[in-house]
Design a protein around this ligand. Structure first.
Ligand code: CP
Ligand code: NVA
Length: 299
């Protein structure tokens, strides 16, 4: 049995396998075929934070292929009503797969110690692997060759940026991250990217220069609301706007995991304009995660 807490534990070939399955299932469903590959499976969603995309894409993907899901919010009392050594083995004995969205990454790591079924990280403070799979699937739909593709990530070196960096490093995609010095990855994280694909600097203009895709995420992630004033100040020169996008390649496209805050990390006319891929990117959560669930259940 294998869990998926971070893409860092997967090989390039395993990530390619997940993506290929996702691409095939997307093509099948778009031609009207819904094979019961998840027949009778039950997927649980244990969520400590709000979600639209992650929750509904997992609920839909299992239903589309013959299974069912249970959304478990705060009323089940995870980390409050009883210890993980009781809660997790009991919960997972009722399930075939469990997706967890947690405030702390360590809570999901702890859950794996007691779990009787595969666990998928549906976002923690550290990483968001499902998002990165959909991001790369979206990019693959627009380029012939990932190895000659450059992505610029402009904004907070957060959970989304981390998973994007991991998948780019694994697949050999160039990623240039621009963040204010206090909001960059530390040396420990940078040294974990071993293939030389990831660079980090504090100039959005330099990062975007020659980029085929510009990616951004909110400056204030869930749980960081107390830091709002200082973050708005620190990131004030990091907005992805039309002027910045013009520094990329002529057909440079915008990616964003969503939800977005127009007028903060991204200008409204960029995210709502012709360069934006955000709606297709969000749809790909459904397809990429099908590949992930299918792969995990084979392990
Ligand atoms: N991108 C993403 O994970 O969205 P949700 O928070 O709505 O799940
Ligand atoms: N960085 C954001 C991503 C939301 C999908 C957050 O953690 O709130």
């Amino acid at each position: 049995m294998q869990h998926l807490l971070t893409l860092a534990t997967l090989s390039k070939a395993q990530i390619e396998d997940i993506l290929a399955t996702g691409v095939r299932l997307k093509s099948e469903i778009n031609s009207g075929t819904r094979n019961p590959i998840f027949n009778n499976l039950v997927l649980g969603l244990l969520f400590e934070k709000q979600s639209l995309r992650t929750r509904v894409s997992f609920e839909s993907l299992i239903a589309q292929h013959g299974g069912s899901s249970l959304y478990l919010g705060s009323d089940v009392g995870w980390q409050k009503r009883e210890p993980a050594c009781d809660f997790i083995p009991i919960l997972t004995s009722y399930l075939d797969v469990l997706v967890i969205r947690a405030k702390k990454h360590e809570s999901v790591e702890e859950a794996t110690h007691y779990s009787k079924c595969p666990i998928i990280n549906g976002l923690t403070d550290r990483s968001h692997p499902c998002q990165a799979l959909a991001d790369i699937m979206t990019i693959m739909e627009h380029v012939d060759d990932l190895q000659s593709t450059k992505i610029a990530y402009v904004g907070d070196a957060n959970n989304v940026a981390y998973s994007l960096a991991v998948i780019c490093d694994k697949l050999g995609v160039t990623l240039s991250i621009a963040a204010p010095p206090d909001y960059q990855f530390g040396d420990d994280v940078m040294s974990s990217f071993s293939n030389g694909m990831i660079s980090q600097l504090d100039s959005p203009r330099k990062a975007v220069s020659g980029a085929h895709f510009v990616y951004t995420d909110v400056w204030i992630s869930m749980g960081q609301e107390d830091e709002t004033a200082e973050r708005l100040h620190a990131f004030r020169d990091f907005q992805v706007n039309e002027e910045l996008m013009k520094l990329g390649e002529p057909n440079c496209r915008l990616l964003h995991c969503l939800p977005a805050r127009r007028g903060e990390e991204v200008a409204g006319n960029v995210i709502d304009g012709p360069r934006s891929l955000v709606i297709a990117e969000a749809e790909n959560r459904l397809h990429a995660q099908k590949g992930l669930v299918a792969w995990l259940l084979k392990q």
